[in-house]
Write a protein that binds this ligand. Structure first.
Ligand SMILES: CC(C)(COP(=O)(O)OP(=O)(O)OC[C@H]1O[C@@H](n2cnc3c(N)ncnc32)[C@H](O)[C@@H]1OP(=O)(O)O)[C@@H](O)C(=O)NCCC(=O)NCCS
Length: 146
């Protein structure tokens, strides 16, 4: 993800996360931080997905992931996260964490597919009273070393 993608990324963000979308300034701030890495998925030049990580070895976090509704089920989110996870693995991260709304079945299945397991729950974490699930992925034994 580069600065010239940000208007499109932010428009997609507002479509996907209506109530708690990040502001454009938050995306600028994320891109400015050396610990962050963000990617976009493009189809014919159109931004159809984005994802990002924060990496401070030995830990990393998945900051966000989203794919346009008309592009789902094609492996786009998995491809973006596999790319980001390979990068944090190579930087010596041992565990990657994320939080996800309970009941977000597509995201939960995606994260399970990538090796994340639920480790705890924060009751009524979100403003609408939904729990947050904390998931963690251990660095695979086969991952390359930094
Ligand atoms: C979650 C999301 C990013 C998935 O994007 P996607 O590109 O459709 O996902 P993929 O096609 O890469 O799916 C990868 C895996 O996730 C799982 N998965 C994805 N969507 C699923 C669904 N609707 N139901 C069940 N499993 C699903 C599958 O196990 C799939 O495995 P496979 O590759 O073996 O088929 C997308 O639904 C989205 O943008 N949702 C709204 C934003 C959001 O909730 N983001 C997560 C915030 S924590």
């Amino acid at each position: 993800m580069r600065w010239w993608h940000l208007d499109d990324v932010h428009a997609l963000e507002r479509d996907l996360f209506a109530t708690d979308a990040w502001s454009l300034e938050q995306f600028w701030s994320e891109l400015a931080q050396p610990s962050r890495r963000y990617v976009v998925a493009l189809v014919d030049g159109r931004v159809v997905g984005y994802a990002g990580t924060s990496c401070l070895p030995p830990d990393a976090d998945v900051q966000t992931v989203g794919v346009a509704v008309d592009q789902r089920g094609r492996g786009t989110a998995r491809a973006m996260l596999e790319d980001l996870l390979a990068d944090v693995d190579a930087r010596g991260v041992t565990h990657t964490l994320l939080e996800v709304r309970d009941g977000n079945d597509a995201a939960l299945a995606l994260y399970a597919r990538l090796g994340f397991v639920e480790i705890s729950r924060r009751p009524r974490y979100y403003a609408d009273g939904v729990d947050a699930l904390i998931m963690r992925r251990a660095r695979p034994a086969t991952a390359g070393r930094a």
